[in-house]
Design a protein around this ligand. Structure first.
Ligand SMILES: Nc1nc2c(ncn2[C@@H]2O[C@H](COP(=O)(O)OP(=O)(O)OP(=O)(O)O)[C@@H](O)[C@H]2O)c(=O)[nH]1
Ligand SMILES: [Mg+2]
Length: 439
């Protein structure tokens, strides 16, 4: 790279000098008015990295406090034509001598006035790159589809028994990868009964449930989850069970749902029926104080406001719970939610810090696949299962056999001539026989 400083009485003359010396490829690095004329620094064989390095070094102290603006190559290096037509800025300080028409400036000179801005070209917003990106993602989608078809065709051609089994497992609406893994693990795919048993056992091995009923353990539980999944109803069911076993004195209910009119009243109504005091906590400090006062209670159940996982207020509400220690957060999910929605809820309502998952509305769920998949994916224990609106009857401590019973009975009921799902209570015995195992 060659850099030179040119001085001339006016811009037109200066440009001519640049052209004569550097030719049409010259790049103007800077221009300023000086006593009796104009001074231009230009370059040929331009090396942007060298310039950026020099400019960056020169601008380093300022960068610490304020980042340099991104400057495109065109903004940074005006063409000869645009500079020629521009008038030099009036307030630019003059210092160089006008006498010398041309003064050589070495590329490594310390004294040359070098441009200050750091060059940062944002290639990611280049339209041609964006178009290419879009095209690549279309091609990837098409390839994925082709591969998916190929694998199904291959499976049918070379492993017909597994293909049939995969179709049967598909009726459970499990996550596809989980379903494929379960089928792959089957040792006796040709024996349909044995193969189905192996699939269910594979699923059973992956499911966790609470060892003991948390109501018997006691402690402080907050039920969290999306809107309308049945948090308050589940609290009412748990409270009623607790009252039946241990009396109302050792139980307290707290509502932190301050967002909606009527939310408090719903819990108050259940509290009044059971003879249990219902408290209200508006802030983290408030909640801490209430819990201190209730430290002699065997069980404290906290009802929270139902919110969409991405709701801004969720962070505030969860922050309030996190401020106070020793609260076990129980995520409530409706079994008929889509798997993607469940994943979102797990992520936003606490992920690994959750104590477990309670599934509601099993009675309204055509398949349990999404619920079973989220339990397998998160390795969180299923705690309670709710299968209706009746308080307190329609709640059960989750057991693997219940979950599998629901899933497989619903699957079986799709077969013509099969009876619809039997009521919850009648399933386990026969199901144990099918599995021939203690789950
Ligand atoms: N079918 C059926 N309905 C249920 C079940 N659990 C709760 N419900 C009903 O679902 C509706 C919502 O229940 P709530 O307990 O108010 O739900 P929530 O999660 O507290 O709702 P928000 O506080 O608004 O977020 C009510 O009509 C309940 O009766 C269940 O297991 N099965
Ligand atoms: Mg509620």
């Amino acid at each position: 790279m060659k850099i030179k400083r040119f001085s001339a009485p006016d811009m037109r003359r200066a440009i001519q000098l640049v052209r004569q010396e550097h030719g049409p490829d010259a790049v103007i690095l800077s221009s300023r008015s000086v006593d009796g004329g104009i001074e231009i620094v230009s370059a040929v064989d331009y090396d942007p990295e060298l310039i950026a390095g020099m400019a960056g070094a020169a601008a380093a102290p300022a960068k610490a406090t304020r980042p340099a603006p991104a400057v495109s190559r065109d903004e940074f290096m005006p063409s000869l034509e645009s500079v020629a037509s521009a008038t030099p800025p009036a307030d630019t300080p003059a210092s160089a001598s006008p006498e010398s028409a041309q003064e050589s400036v070495a590329a490594d000179t310390q004294s040359a006035p070098l441009p200050r801005p750091v060059i940062e070209i944002d290639w990611t917003s280049d339209p041609s790159l964006k178009a290419m990106q879009a095209e690549l993602s279309t091609v990837r989608g098409m390839l994925n589809e082709q591969f998916a078809r190929l694998s199904w065709a291959d499976l049918r051609a070379f492993k017909p028994a597994r293909a049939l089994l995969l179709r049967r497992v598909g009726a459970l609406s499990l996550d596809e990868t989980l379903a494929a893994t379960l089928v792959e693990e089957v040792a006796h795919p040709d024996d349909a009964t044995q193969a189905w048993r192996e699939v269910l056992l594979g699923l059973a091995r992956r499911l966790k449930v609470a060892r003991q009923d948390p109501i018997e353990e006691g402690g402080v539980f907050a039920l969290v989850g999306p809107t309308g999944v049945g948090k308050t109803t589940t609290i009412a069911k748990l409270a009623a069970r607790h009252c039946l076993r241990h009396g109302p004195e050792s139980l307290a209910l707290i509502s932190t749902d301050n967002f909606r009119v009527g939310a408090q009243r719903q819990l108050d109504a259940y509290g009044a029926i059971l003879g249990v005091a219902v408290r209200r906590a508006e802030t983290g400090d408030d909640l801490r104080r209430q819990l201190e006062e209730l430290s002699d209670r065997r069980l404290v159940l906290i009802d929270t406001a139902g919110m969409a996982p991405r709701d801004r207020r969720l962070a505030e509400s969860l922050g309030r719970l996190a401020e106070v220690g020793n609260i076990r957060r129980m995520l409530v999910l409706s079994a008929n939610m889509q798997l993607a929605v469940m994943r979102d809820a797990v992520r936003f309502f606490g992920g690994d810090s959750l104590a477990g998952i309670t599934l509601t509305k099993l009675d309204e769920s055509p398949a349990l696949g999404a619920a079973l998949s989220i339990l397998v994916e998160t390795a969180l224990p299923a705690v309670w299962l709710s299968e209706g609106q009746r308080v307190p009857e329609d709640l059960k401590l989750a057991r693997v056999i219940h979950l599998l019973g629901w899933a497989s009975d619903i699957e079986a009921s799709d077969e013509p001539g099969r009876a619809p799902p039997a009521p919850f209570a009648h399933r386990p015995a026969s199901f144990r026989e099918v599995l021939n195992a203690d789950v």
